[in-house]
Design a protein. Sequence first.
Length: 252
Amino acid sequence: MRTSITGLTALAIAMLASPALAQDEAADSSITISGGATVVSDYRFRGISQTDKKFAVQGTFTVAHESGFYATVWGSSVDEYVAAASDQEIDLIAGFKKDFSGTTVDIGVLYYYYPGAEEIVPGYDSDFIEPYVAVSHTFGPVGAKVSAAYAPKSNALSVGNGKADNLYIAGDLSAGIPDTGVTISGHLGHSFGPSFLTIGTEYTDWSVGASYAWKNLSFGVTYVDTNKASYNALSGKNIAKAGVFGSVGVAF
């Protein structure tokens, strides 16, 4: 997701804050439906807080076909500085994921939607599209992934000089500790701009985290940082500053 500051954005993971999705699959069905809900103490997107370092509630569900095609809806509460008056982010995702001899390729497109963003500034353009591709492979107990996401030029990404685009590349590592339910993970990403998705012309973000799974519950803690500063004009907080956030999620 993006933030309308002077630059900004898995995971998300921000991506790391999302719960692992549990699959509810009927034996005679080619369709899989999965989902979950999470509470995080700070929603970080590519290293930058989307909630002014406050709590967020997130939810998701995915419908996947055995062929590899899938559709996902993911949502989170956000602070109003992210997209004018909007206090919600809704991500609409369509993609295709397939395993090739142990290597998984995931390609798709993500649409960032901020309902209510035009309430303060009529005609404010906040929504944009971001195609992505990711390649992952497991090496024994270690999982590795490289990914790239490119948002084409749009008014929503502008920093006042007409339409702007953005490229984000990232690498992720994760490893489960046998017989403990604990997974450790690391992330390194770089955003190229200038656009509302970067700080200045570009910046780097990184994080390390650990999560624990118990039945359909997950508990996580993550340290996140960037190499630049970005300030919320309303609160004065440096929303790109290093910090630790926790998460509690449930999957179904």
